[in-house]
Design a protein around this ligand. Structure first.
Ligand SMILES: Cc1ncc(COP(=O)(O)O)c(C=O)c1O
Length: 487
């Protein structure tokens, strides 16, 4: 097929733009709003898995970049199976978009596959799903609508409990319930705060591994005023809080209080869900089951825009006109989530038996077994080894490891030896030109690799981060032997 496109405007190598990367970046101020939409100093041309073929815009030098913070590409860049299934769908006469009023097979197939992942948390049929959201913020907001509607018969239940260190997105509702906020010069947008939203401290354990007095006080406060709360919303891993994992003991006790007092417990699983902590839902690896789970990143592995809410059936009612975003559930996103489920969990045996013979045997084998049982423990071990190695070689710079599974933070110390946001930001900025992409999250660098990370890519990331750390140590006037060998 691509041969038939050769030399036409459909040729995959046909120039998309006549301008150089440098000229395009230079046009930023006239083209884009600032902030998230403003592309920066490295240019991506192509990629596979965790490796991007890129270049440094200023110098034009080629750069092989290891993406160690995929955010949502849980299968890396250009996953072959998701692309094949999307291609197959595009070549079929099936509708590329199905309006909300009409049904289609794929819609039910995906819903059933997702709900099967929740069967272990009760009886089959205990959960329902909404597949018609585009973004994580939408799914969180929908969760609030569902909890609010369910509490309609108890007008005294008006409060929502949320936590310091949280981030639930950037729409108005999400902003009002998040600690980390978009900053507007003169304050928050439109509404300064919502009276009914109560912020509690980020739940923590003390040195002995027990819940702090502050965390216990939070639980006591929610329990004391339980009849005033309709919901509690919490991220199991607060990534913006230096990738802080909320203690499981806190979640367990919170679950008990919510159950005993009919408060809806909402897990914002936008970051940890869909494979990044080894299961589809966090409940799968900790046994603590929320009433509502909001998920988004990972669902399509970056091959489409989709967010979902899974809720216990007593939270199924949502008052209109909500619950169906116009752009949600375009068919290619549904094809993608179906293919991602194949990749993460493995295919049904009768479908695996019908795989084409020309598929590379390693891909076919992965599709039979699912990456969560095979690749996940291997990739977590690679990240553990990477962090151990960096801590051993750069003890003054690299602090503790945070997060869990593949949602990880590595705390970076400032010149005074204490965790430092500036130092973490400097690592995130500098390591790009050393061939590694990570983000900053508070005092940590945020590392969220794809499940398909290869050992050679982890080694390249280790070398790039080592060069970055050696550079920073030199700038601080330290030239320890191990930093020199890292160059
Ligand atoms: C924990 C959490 N919840 C919700 C959101 C919002 O997702 P979106 O940006 O897709 O609206 C984010 C985004 O980063 C997030 O990290």
């Amino acid at each position: 097929m691509t041969e038939a496109f050769a030399d036409s405007c459909l040729d995959p190598s046909f120039a998309i733009s006549g301008q150089s990367p440098a000229a395009q970046i230079e046009s930023n101020p006239a083209t884009f709003t600032t902030g998230g939409s403003w592309p920066r100093d490295v240019w991506a041309a192509s990629g596979l898995g965790a490796t991007l073929d890129a270049s440094v815009v200023e110098t034009g030098s080629p750069l092989e970049l290891v993406d160690l913070c995929t955010i949502l590409c849980v299968l890396g860049i250009n996953d072959p199976w998701v692309k094949l299934k999307q291609l197959m769908y595009l070549l079929s006469p099936s509708p590329h978009h199905v309006t909300i009023r009409l049904g289609c097979d794929l819609y039910y197939r995906v819903a059933r596959r997702l709900l099967r992942c929740f069967d272990d948390f009760g009886e089959a049929g205990d959960f329902v799903v909404n597949l018609r959201q585009c973004n994580g913020s939408d799914a969180v907001e929908l969760g609030l609508h569902a909890a609010w509607t369910a509490a309609a018969g108890s007008p005294a239940r008006r409060r929502l409990a949320t936590f310091r260190g949280s981030y639930h997105g950037e729409n108005l509702t999400a902003s009002l319930i998040s600690d980390h906020q978009p900053q507007h010069g003169s304050g928050r947008l439109l509404v300064e705060r919502a009276e009914d939203v109560v912020f509690f401290p980020s739940p923590r354990c003390g040195d002995g591994g027990y819940l702090t007095a502050e965390a216990l006080a939070t639980l006591a406060s929610i329990e004391r005023d339980a009849d005033k709360y309709f919901a509690v919303v919490i991220e199991p891993i607060q990534w913006r809080e230096s990738v802080h994992t909320v203690p499981l003991e806190f979640l367990r006790r919170l679950r008990e209080i919510c159950t005993q007092n009919s408060i809806c417990l909402i897990f914002d699983e936008i970051h940890n869900g869909f494979g990044y902590t080894g299961t589809i839902s966090f409940a799968g690896n900790c046994g603590i089951v929320p009433d509502i789970s909001a998920m988004s990143k990972g669902l399509t592995a970056g091959h489409g825009s989709l967010a979902i809410m899974v809720a216990k059936k007593q939270f199924k009612a949502i008052s209109g006109p909500f619950a169906g975003k116009s752009n949600a559930s375009d068919m290619l996103s549904l094809v993608a989530i179906d293919a991602v489920l194949d990749r993460l969990l493995g295919m049904a045996p009768e479908e695996a038996a019908a795989l084409p013979e020309w598929l590379p045997p390693s891909l076919a084998e992965e599709l039979r077994t699912g990456l969560l049982t095979t690749a996940y423990p291997r990739t977590v071990a690679m990240i553990n080894a990477l962090f151990d190695e960096l801590r051993r070689r750069f003890p003054s710079l690299v602090g503790r490891s945070t997060g869990m599974g593949l949602v990880r933070g590595l705390v970076i110390n400032g010149p005074d030896g204490r965790p430092s946001e500036e130092a973490a930001a400097e690592v995130a900025k500098r390591c790009l030109v050393h061939g590694v992409y990570v983000r900053q999250a508070g005092t940590a660098i945020f590392v969220k690799p794809s499940l398909t990370l290869r050992q050679s890519e982890a080694d390249a990331a280790s070398a790039g981060l080592s060069r970055t750390f050696a550079h920073m140590l030199r700038a601080r006037g330290h030239v320890p032997a191990e930093a020199v060998t890292a160059q």
